[in-house]
Design a protein around this ligand. Structure first.
Ligand SMILES: [Zn+2]
Length: 289
């Protein structure tokens, strides 16, 4: 993960701001080096070698990076949970609306069925009356009524077919939405559990890391610690201490001159990158190689 961030950082080094930063840190470098040279005067860390200080500094950074990671984990999960909650609520509303539509259609189908029954009743009544007609006019009139009610029945049946098709579509939509809802609810449940777990788990972890970091900080001379914090703040990936990677700075990936690399490997001075201002250490101190 750190490598990815470092690569992103690489792109940023050519900006004017980064150049200004590099200028600023060159000043830091001279003060840092001076500090190291006069370290006998230093407070709590008077007896520590430069090498040990660099190891401590790297360890401190590793802890702070861990804390950053915990924060990132927490920072994204609550948002994901919120998004899922919104989606679940949206789906529930959608299903409710579909169900209301479906109910309306059922009512309409029921009304059309009543119409058919009514028409059939009338047709039967007219057919009985037909047997007792007294003249042609009555016969014609009843025949027309029977024909009309027959058309009414056909129309109602047509409506029922249309409503049934519509109802089928809506029920399919309801089924789809319900499947989606179940999936999202399951996602939400697991994300919520994940978040709860991280919060409860990392709480202790973070406290332990902070406690250890505090202890480590007391072993680092104040001016070096202040410089470290300043560099860390201005570095987007939060890395103030990097190691040599393929003859280059592990932070900005600019080449380090051979003599400077040699100085770094000697571990007698605190050396910062000419380009990005990060403190560069021997990979072995970082437990690499
Ligand atoms: Zn650099």
């Amino acid at each position: 993960m750190a490598k990815k961030v470092q690569e992103a950082e690489k792109k940023a080094t050519k900006t004017p701001a980064a150049k200004a930063k590099a200028e600023e840190t060159k000043t830091v470098q001279s003060t840092v080096v001076q500090d190291v040279n006069t370290e006998k005067k230093a407070t709590a860390d008077g007896d520590l070698s430069v090498e040990q200080k660099l190891i401590n500094l790297y360890e401190l950074q590793t802890m702070l990076t861990e804390i950053d990671k915990i924060k990132t984990l927490r920072g994204e999960l609550p948002l994901e949970v919120q998004d899922l909650e919104d989606e679940v609520a949206g789906l529930q509303t959608r299903i409710q609306n579909f169900q209301l539509d479906s109910k309306d259609i059922d009512t309409s189908i029921g009304q059309q069925r009543i119409k058919i029954t009514d028409s059939n009743t009338l047709v039967n009544k007219y057919k009985e009356q037909l047997e007792n007609v007294r003249n042609n006019r009555e016969f014609d009139s009843l025949s027309k009524e029977i024909e009309f009610q027959g058309l009414e029945v056909e129309l109602a049946e047509k409506h029922i077919r249309e409503f049934t098709a519509e109802s089928k579509n809506i029920n399919e939509e309801i089924a789809k939405s319900k499947t989606l809802l179940e999936e999202r609810q399951a996602d939400l449940k697991s994300k919520k559990e994940e978040l709860d777990e991280i919060v409860s788990e990392t709480k202790i972890q973070e406290e332990q890391l902070r406690e250890k970091a505090k202890q480590l900080e007391t072993t680092i001379e104040p001016r070096l610690l202040a410089a470290f914090k300043r560099i860390r703040k201005s570095a987007r990936n939060g890395l103030a201490v990097v190691y040599i990677q393929r003859d280059a700075c592990g932070g900005c990936f600019n080449k380090i001159p051979p003599q400077r690399q040699l100085d770094i490997k000697l571990r007698k001075k605190t050396i910062v990158c000419e380009h990005c201002g990060r403190i560069i250490i021997d990979p072995q101190l970082a437990g690499v190689e």
